[in-house]
Design a protein around this ligand. Sequence first.
Ligand code: ARG
Length: 456
Amino acid sequence: MSAPLDARLARFNASLAFDIRLAREDLRGSRAWAGALARACVLQADECHALQRGLDEIEAEFEQGSFATQPSDEDIHTAVERRLTERLGPLAGKLHTGRSRNDQVATDFRLWIMAHTEKLTSAALDLQQALLHSALADLHTPMPGYTHLRRAQPITWGHWALSHFWPLVRDLRRLDEARQTASVLPLGSGALAGTGFAIDRLALARELGFDDVSANSLDAVSDRDFAVVFLFACALLGVHLSRLSEQLLLFSTEEFGFVVLDDSFTTGSSLMPHKRNPDGLELARGKAGRLVGHLAGLLMTLKALPSAYDKDLQEDKEPVFDAFDTLEPALPVLTGLIGTLHLQRGRMRSAISPETLTVDLADWLAAQGVPFRQAHELVGRAVRLAETRGVALDRMAADDWRSISPLLGEEAGGHFDVPAALERRSAVGGTSTRALEAQAASARDWLAAHGRIMSG
Ligand code: ARG
């Protein structure tokens, strides 16, 4: 084993280009490890202080951007150790006592995820605030709701906007679950079989902000389920953002014209002078694919890996970093877009065609004692008759209505009342004034519980 590493393998093996992002966590973990070694009487107090001071100085180099990597640095862990050796000489070699890069990298990576779920959480809360703000401003503004992308029943803008608020509540819970899953300390597991020194792992966990310590050293260095949970939370959040984006893309087309995107959130066309392109929404829609890909990719990497550490596990970091880098700028773009939308209330109102109230008419017939299936059939017949007559449903002649059912006549047109249809849906989660106000209040409560107080 004396031949120098082949340059081709060295290049293939190296991870510093991306795991340099773990520098802060690596230094934090190493400082805590030095303390644990001192408490275990492996290091003298002055050795521990010298190591910790050396690590602080290296951290300062990272902060100032003056940390110089060397071509021989394989990864962040070896780079830090190499630098510590340059500064402290052989004392630096004591830091790795009882530790392996296997428990070290798992610890660093978990710390990174714990810190970064919090950043995404804050950006997602901002988006929720923008959605609630928009919902409150137009809580009762009517618009058509769609199924199969066909006009279905009237809803309101507030109802629609809040329909994108609640998925984010669940996404935030999942992000918190990802943080909790990551919050188990592997350090003190050694390479695979545990550490041979008297390390107080609970104290180490507390110092580093972990909720718990791993129960099994093999499991601690083998598994990356915490990264999968994080990627799942990111992928589903990305899917929700893509659905929101797609809806806004549609609503802002000339054909729908329900909303106009603010100029500051559209881009110009290089050729067609009249165009304002919704690039932000399209990117937010498109990036879901890559987030889902990262989740699927890591799951495939982990599948059937024998324990404990295998170098395959080095493949865990890029998807996680990229998932964060994808979502972190996407969320504020959507927040800004929602916050600057111009609603075209007249267009929304006039898109509520009378056909979207057929359920209300059928419900009315049902309330008169007509079995609902029959009422459905009768109203369907009325729709087809109006089509044959070439008139809008609410303008059909009284005789035509009576030919459908004696219960219908002069007053049939009176059933096409949008506010009444909205108001009828008063059960929790519906469109009535009170139901919408209650929904907005619970959205407000959720935000308040997360430190976001909405004015107004
Ligand atoms: N760069 C490695 C990784 O990211 C660190 C762990 C290396 N461990 C080992 N036994 N080679 O996974």
